[in-house]
Design a protein around this ligand. Structure first.
Ligand code: ARG
Length: 464
């Protein structure tokens, strides 16, 4: 297969090296971006007087015919891989020349694969960001729906995975909606930095032709152009921004997975996972395993690895383009695939989860989740919190030693710990009071959660 750079060479590449060097086997997914970029560039060359109207039309018709053929038959790219074509840029240019003859060779004037690949990857990445954002919103919607359909369900809240205070299940779900909201913001920020046009940077110094870069940016839907040609061809910060944003998405999905795995265990039994996303055991007939969630948790490591891999690749590279940078694509593509699948599977899991309301209520109503309520009750009676905490702690110790719940202790016993405790303590210890009392913005009081739910719904509405 002829190379774009054969002139200076007398010998052929070693076969193993050629395979080592090629990128078409993975950068083939940039084909749409590559042709789109070239269509705009041919217009730029026409305006610069490098291409006649007729030549530009011939080139553009050729590019469009390649686009249509690849759309209909992507396997053509595999043929290119088999023939040893070096990369997607060589593939498209080779195909163009094969179709329209030598005039196709005029397209690369003033352009380098360095500004070409930088442009292609940005075109590709900005669309990919939009797609991941859509999938993240679907997860938010599924969380919101789960919250809304179970507004009356209380569960224990945990710290150190020890029972802490009761919360509404909806409050727990809405916490993840907020995490994903920050992920969406990070992706938005990454999109802003991705959407900058490097084309016209040439190999690294700029170009001899009067290429109107602002025109190219407009044609290709970029917000602005890169300021410095050396930075233009070298900058992969935006890839790392995306990998970082995706790493945090995975971290959030992994934490959600862990919560749901724990909740689905026999010991907790707060939820039942749907058959659609569970597997059985080849030996233990009773098993229903949360494989979907475990895989999401597991794949988080792989996405973190991709971020580390990219950062390490870029570290210490001299300006400007170095072939090391070809190693940016596989971590990016793998991350986008993994995150997209993980978001989509999370949505399916949430939509196939049943809440076991009675078990949730039972767990939320015992084991001293109301101990803080007892302390706060004493504060309302005028006792300083530190003392109140001590009294409540001694009450809990008594209850533990006598195998009682706090609400099962007699008033007489309570008064032996503090004469300020009266009959209204039982009301203060109830689950309803514990929940309703957290009536601050961001708290788990039912009216606050309803408001938070309305805010989350409105946000999703305005995004769609
Ligand atoms: N396949 C290359 C990459 O992904 C394209 C750019 C090659 N440029 C060069 N000067 N060899 O980075």
């Amino acid at each position: 297969m002829s190379k774009l750079w054969g002139g200076r060479f007398e010998g052929e590449n070693d076969q193993l090296f050629a395979r080592f060097n090629e990128s078409l086997s993975f950068d083939k997914r940039l084909w749409r971006a590559d042709i789109t970029g070239s269509l705009a560039y041919s217009e730029g060359l026409k305006h610069a007087g490098v291409l006649s109207q007729e030549e530009a039309t011939t080139i553009q018709d050729g590019l469009r015919s390649i686009f249509a053929d690849l759309e209909a038959n992507p396997a053509l790219l595999e043929e290119g891989v088999r023939q040893g074509v070096e990369d997607i840029h060589s593939f498209v240019e080779g195909e163009l020349v094969r179709r329209i003859g030598d005039v196709g060779g005029k397209l690369h004037a003033g352009r380098s694969r360095n500004d070409q690949v930088a442009t292609d990857l940005r075109l590709f990445t900005r669309d990919a960001i939009r797609s991941v954002q859509g999938l993240a919103r679907n997860v938010q919607q599924a969380l919101v729906d789960l919250a809304e359909n179970n507004l009356d369900v209380a569960i224990p809240g945990y710290t150190h995975l020890q029972k802490a205070q009761p919360v509404l299940l909806a409050h727990h779900m809405l916490a993840y909606v907020e995490m994903l909201e920050r992920d969406l913001e990070r992706l938005e920020d990454a999109h802003r930095r991705t959407n900058r046009l490097p084309l016209g940077s040439g190999a690294m110094a700029g170009t001899n032709y009067h290429i109107d870069r602002e025109f190219l940016a407009k044609e290709l839907g970029f917000d602005n152009i890169s300021i410095n040609s050396m930075d233009g061809v070298s900058d992969r910060d935006y890839v790392s921004d995306v990998l970082h944003a995706c790493s945090l998405i995975m971290m959030h999905l992994s934490r959600l997975s862990e919560d749901l795995i724990v909740f689905a265990s026999t010991e907790f039994g707060f939820i039942e996972m749907g058959d659609a996303v569970s597997t059985g055991s080849s030996i233990m007939p009773q098993k229903k395993n949360p494989d979907a969630l475990e895989l999401i948790r597991g794949k988080t490591g792989r996405v973190y690895g991709n971020l580390h891999s990219l950062l390490t690749t870029l570290k210490g590279l001299p300006l400007c383009y170095n072939k090391d940078m070809q190693e940016d694509k596989e971590p990016l593509f793998d991350t986008l695939d993994t995150v997209s699948d993980s978001l989509a599977v999370t949505t399916i899991v949430l939509r196939n989860t049943t809440i076991r309301k009675d078990r949730c209520l039972h767990a939320a109503s015992r084991d001293y989740l109301n101990a803080t309520e007892l302390a706060d009750y004493l504060v309302r009676k005028g006792i300083p919190f530190r003392q109140a905490h001590g009294v409540a702690g001694r009450c809990v110790l008594h209850a533990v030693q006598n195998q009682l719940q706090l609400e099962e202790m007699t008033l007489e016993t309570y008064q032996s710990f503090s004469p300020q405790i009266e009959d209204d303590v039982y009301e203060a210890l109830s689950l309803e009071s514990a929940l309703a009392g957290k009536n601050v913005p961001g708290g788990t009081a039912p009216n606050q959660v309803k408001q938070a739910l309305a805010t989350a719904k409105a946000r999703l509405q305005s995004a769609s």
